[in-house]
Design a protein around this ligand. Structure first.
Ligand code: NAD
Ligand code: LMR
Length: 338
């Protein structure tokens, strides 16, 4: 990892200050899609994360304004703003983590797959630039349809000869965050101590909350299990409908994205921790990418922890998810391979 040094001349005092930054403990995060509904609150949360040394904001529009605004916050992260493809390389150079919420969101009546035609090309182009500028960086993809955009980024990295499956992540943290909120509300649990794995992918039937593994352990009737599972699978649509044409989840997504990036940074800094994320995986036969709990560390995915013992209902959910995941993944791969 790079070692950076910078000399700053203060014109008023004439004092020359040498600031030295060891990026192994102080990462640079590049946020692509920084002016959007997710990008702005996520940028705010990253700017206020004391672990972030440098925050590069990139978008095709309005980045300078968002950057000026965030840069007035008195926290350590140094903010830079970059607008348009000609400035993308500068945003990415030296990045340790690249976070991608760039792309269009759903409107009522749309599926996540309906976003493919626009978002596939956006993720392809951003991944191409990241593969060239910062091939070792962890890449956290928020842009939908995640089940397809992660394979797209992986194929782009393969074409550039820099693919490392341990470093490309589909962000599914919002499914975990929602599950923990809904379960603790229903069972009157302390939400800060409620933990549940959500496996599979990030759309409809591919979102599989493992209610049999909730910690602290909770009892659910069959009807509660079916209703909670359906609500978690449809939670994105619940927000899309409530926003009535003004987009999809942004605030809860920013919160979830910030939590996931914080976990990646902890891992990078040697503090191993566990998160669910959609990555290349062989835990389910015939499916090349799957979300399960992962151990994160300095190299990204240190261990794929698998999903443990499933109830028969959860097993049936996995079986229902497989054909949809296969279709979504193949569509992403085909987009790059032709
Ligand atoms: P938005 O329209 O508010 O913001 C998107 C931003 O991307 C805009 O600022 C736009 O200018 C920018 N953009 C477009 N093309 C770009 C390019 N080529 N390079 C850089 N920036 C570009 O949308 P949003 O609400 O922030 O949602 C963004 C994406 O996140 C959508 O695809 C949405 O479906 C997805 N999403 C995923 C999850 C998840 O759990 N993974 C949750 C919520 C939303
Ligand atoms: C979500 O789960 O909220 C996101 O994937 C956005 C969407 O389109 O539902």
């Amino acid at each position: 990892m790079a070692f950076a040094s910078k000399t700053v001349l203060n014109a008023a005092s004439g004092i020359c200050r040498l600031s030295v930054r060891n990026t192994s403990s102080a990462p640079k995060v590049a946020l692509l899609g920084a002016s959007g509904g997710i990008g702005q609150p996520l940028g705010l949360l990253l700017k206020t994360n004391p672990k972030v040394a440098s925050l590069a904001l990139y978008d095709v529009a309005n980045t300078a304004g968002v950057g000026a605004d965030l840069s007035h916050i008195d926290t350590a992260a140094q903010v830079t703003s970059h607008t348009g493809p000609e400035n993308l390389h500068a945003a990415l150079e030296g990045a340790d983590i690249v976070v991608i919420p760039a792309g269009v969101p759903r409107k009522p009546g749309m599926t996540r797959d309906d976003l493919f035609n626009v978002n596939a090309g956006i993720v392809r182009d951003l991944a191409e630039a990241a593969a060239k500028a910062c091939p070792k960086a962890f890449v956290a993809i928020i842009t939908n349809p995640v089940n397809s955009t992660v394979p797209i980024a992986a194929e782009v990295y393969k074409n550039n000869g820099v693919y490392d499956p341990k470093r490309i992540f589909g962000v599914t943290t919002l499914d975990v965050v929602r599950s923990q909120a809904f379960i603790s509300e229903l069972k009157k649990l302390d939400v800060s101590k409620t933990v549940i794995p959500v496996i599979g992918g990030h759309s409809g039937v591919t979102i599989i909350p493992l209610l049999s593994q909730v910690q602290p352990s909770a009892q659910f009737s069959d009807s509660e299990i079916e209703k909670l599972t359906a609500r978690i699978q449809d939670a994105g649509t619940e927000v899309v409908k409530a926003k009535a044409g003004a987009g999809s989840a942004t605030l809860s997504m920013a919160f979830a994205g910030a939590r996931f990036v914080d976990a990646l940074i902890s891992g990078l800094q040697g503090k191993k921790n566990v998160q669910c994320s959609f990555v290349e995986s062989d835990v389910v036969k015939g499916v090349d990418y799957f979300s399960t709990p992962l151990e994160l560390g300095p190299n990204g995915v240190e261990k794929i922890l698998g999903y443990g013992k499933l109830s028969s209902y959860e097993q049936s959910l996995v079986e229902a998810a497989v054909p949809e995941l296969q279709k979504n993944i193949a569509k992403g791969v085909k987009f790059i391979k032709g």
